[in-house]
Design a protein around this ligand. Sequence first.
Ligand code: GLC
Length: 433
Amino acid sequence: MKTTIGLSALALSLAITSQDIKAAQPSNFPANAAPPTDAAIANWRAKRYGMFIHWGPVSLTEKEIGWSRGNETPIEKYDNLYKEFNPTKFNADEWASIAKKAGMRYIVLTTKHHDGFCLWDTKLTDYNIMNTPFKRDVVKELAEACKKQGIAFGAYYSTCDWFHPDFPLTSPGGKTHREKSDINSYNKYLLGQIEELITKYGPLITIWNDVPQEFKGRGVNTINLVRKLQPDILINNRTGDGGDYDTPEQKIGGFNMDRPWESCMTVSAHNNWAWGGEKDGVKSLEACLRMLVLGNGGDGNILLNVGPTPEGIIAPEQANRLKDVGDWLEKYGESLMDTRGGPYKPTKDFACTRKDSTIYLHILKRGVGDFKLPALPAAIVSAKLLTGGKVRASQTATELSLSISPKNPKEIDVIVKLELDKASMEIAPIDVK
Ligand code: GLC
């Protein structure tokens, strides 16, 4: 009998995804919270592309961070992994330089995931990196390395904590209720830890909350604290009461020039967040470029995730793929970095970005010769192909026609740069069929 209950509980818990839990999250900004400054939003948006890092003692198991606690890995075992966590190959400068070479302009690290383990020298719990054999403050080292290399640093901090004895829910998957808990006391802990992160390692580009179980009505306090400690910070929408920007996960958000957004995606071929092992594999260069171009074209940022190994390195396969994207950005980055999306709205194989009086058309199809779009409410001063070859652009009252030669069968993204006779941001969004 016991076994049957155990098994069906396991089946149930495995069927629960983070999406289910997050579905109820509000995404708009709460009325009683301090809003972000326009300058902070502009600064965050201009970065367009960052690195997400999911890492911790769980990386030893090659299973998913937080979610595998009480699922694939028994709780007892999971909670003792930190005693073996000794990532002697960790080198913060190396991580920051991998991000830099990838063209990424910010890094967001899981300082604490749902499993409650803290990657910094926190005074608020012993369950932290200083009590592993490694005994080095990873958050401090990475924050410093980022500063040195001119990359912004942000802290993912899980709102829920399935390890903390005061948190009402526990593993597996945050679905088990504790007999005794104290959400007010846990809330103090959360605010205290976020204060530590900002004051010890800031200024931060963002606090990135996640899975805000039991935090409806409390998230507003997080937002207000964060903003008080650092007025130019952004906080994502998973506080329990919304936040400054939306966070579509494993999909590219829809075109939106009003509300800031960032898609978080995984470089892992199997969509793993934490280290998935040697055989995990990576997405193709084409898949990575499409994310970036379609995301930026929709006016969103892309946060591309790596899961470092338990020894502390970003595995060569992941680092090399990021470097491929970086090499591409080295040549064509002007068409994405510091741009805004639009005015043409993205389609499956097309996106558009803009800055000043320039717009960049990104054609995500190989070997295109003629390409037509609705006319622009502006005159075209010049047209150039960034990716090599010649382009002729002409407009009628209704149509913009591009003739591209030679048809380039190799480029993943054929980029046409159009100089206009007016500021590109003045042009209202245009639907493309
Ligand atoms: C998913 C994963 C979680 C990760 C998050 C990032 O919810 O389950 O581990 O932190 O995505 O958005």
